[in-house]
Design a protein around this ligand. Structure first.
Ligand code: CS2
Ligand code: MG
Length: 402
């Protein structure tokens, strides 16, 4: 079997997605997600200019060798653009291999380790009452785990909170919009938010929270400590993770579990975090962490240190990534939870999926491959439109982590 054609499909059914399609000389094809929110075209160029021409004629079954070829062989290793491109190739090749075998992808990984995959969804509101309503709605929809974000008194707009009547979508403008951040106001407010949620909905529902990289280690330690009475499932991205040592300080002060990794693209980004047991969950997922091939290496390393997987699942990861991640989750022994931020009906009209939601859990479906496909003709109706993520400043104007 040989690779005959490689296509990069860019579309924007409500938001931008980049999809790689690898076609073999036997007519079987596979697809992979290559979406890097706000930097989509860089990956398109990486794929079209460097990867696609080198893939033609290769044996699609040699997934490992092709991964090494584009990772080691690039000389310039790692980085989100290159690793997203490699992930797309890897996902498409696993899709092809599973289709040839006539099996759903999870079977090739070793079969399923569980009956169903617990997911968490998002609940957010402009203030505590609105957020409480959103949590109630998520519980009614069947979710057993809910990420809670709320507007902060005195802070004009904050991460994770939707504009009035709209679904939350952070890449909201042609060029980056600016928001203003106050660590002090946030740290004073967060425990009140979680006290109100526990008061209204009790202890059984799993609660999660995303700090979105905005604190220093000692501030994150204070947050974790102040949230301990509300026993969160996790506190996500408490600090920017370039300095892995920073997590040591957080760890020494709080028992609130820590999750990190949605912006990681390499096993080396989390090596110290894992080996020192400074975290509890790794949030990397298929599209940004080098595909199934590297993600399962991260999971295996993590499993030695009691660390579990909690794959990123925002809407900027296409249904193709979600499909592949659900196969990974079905198999991975050290599974924790999967994020689920539902795609719109429009997005799911372009991408057909075989995964299914039932009462707070997903199953990946039994379709051979990862079970997600793209309608290329329909995709053409929704052309790419540049959309950037916001930037964040402190109240005095200093540029901060968004
Ligand atoms: C987030 C993401 O889902 C999450 O946990 O942190 O929404 C993140 O902001 C986006 O994926 C950025 O593109
Ligand atoms: Mg996050």
């Amino acid at each position: 079997m040989k690779i005959r054609d490689v296509k990069v499909i860019v579309c924007s059914p409500g938001r931008n997605f980049v999809t790689l399609k690898i076609v073999t000389d036997e007519g079987i094809y596979g697809i992979g997600d290559a979406t890097l929110n706000g930097r989509e075209k860089s990956v398109v160029s990486y794929l079209e200019d460097y990867i696609a021409p080198a893939l033609i004629g290769k044996d699609p079954h040699r997934i490992e060798d092709i991964w090494q070829f584009f990772y080691r062989g690039a000389y310039w290793r790692r980085g989100p653009v290159g690793m997203t491109a490699i992930a797309a190739v890897d996902t498409a090749l696993w899709d092809i291999k599973a289709k040839v075998a006539g099996l759903p992808l999870y079977q090739l990984l070793g079969g399923r380790s569980r009956d169903k995959i617990m997911v968490y969804t998002h609940a957010n509101g402009a203030d505590i009452p609105a957020t409480l309503d959103a949590v109630g709605k998520a519980i009614e929809d069947g979710y057993k785990a809910i990420r809670v974000q709320s507007g902060i008194p005195g802070v004009k707009s904050t991460y994770g909170v939707a504009k009035e009547g709209q679904k939350y979508e952070p890449a909201d403008a042609d060029l980056p919009t600016e928001s203003v951040w106050s660590t002090e106001k946030y740290l004073n407010f967060a425990p009140k938010l979680f006290a109100a949620v526990r008061e209204q909905y009790g202890d059984d529902i799993h609660l999660l929270h995303d700090v979105h990289h905005r604190l220093s280690p000692i501030e994150a330690a204070r947050l974790g400590k102040s949230l301990e009475p509300y026993h969160l499932f996790w506190m996500e991205d408490p600090v920017a993770a370039e300095n892995q040592q920073g997590f040591k300080l957080i760890r020494e002060h709080t028992t609130t579990p820590i999750a990190v990794g949605e912006v990681f693209n390499s096993i080396h980004d989390c090596q110290a975090l894992i080996q020192n047991q400074w975290i509890d969950y790794i949030r990397s997922t298929v599209v940004h962490a080098g595909g199934i091939t590297q993600l399962r290496r991260i999971a295996d390393l993590a499993s030695l240190y009691h660390i579990r997987m909690g794959c990123h699942g925002a809407t900027d990861l296409s249904p193709v990534c979600m499909g592949a991640a659900l196969h990974f989750d079905y198999w991975v022994p050290n599974f924790g939870i999967q994020e689920h931020m539902p795609h719109s009906e429009l997005m799911e009209s372009v991408f057909s999926v075989s995964y299914k939601f039932d009462d707070g859990y997903f199953t990946p479906g039994e379709t051979p491959g990862h079970g997600v496909d793209i309608d290329e003709e329909l995709a053409k109706k929704y052309p790419y439109k540049r959309a950037c993520l916001p930037v964040n400043r402190l109240e005095d104007g200093t540029l901060w982590h968004w």
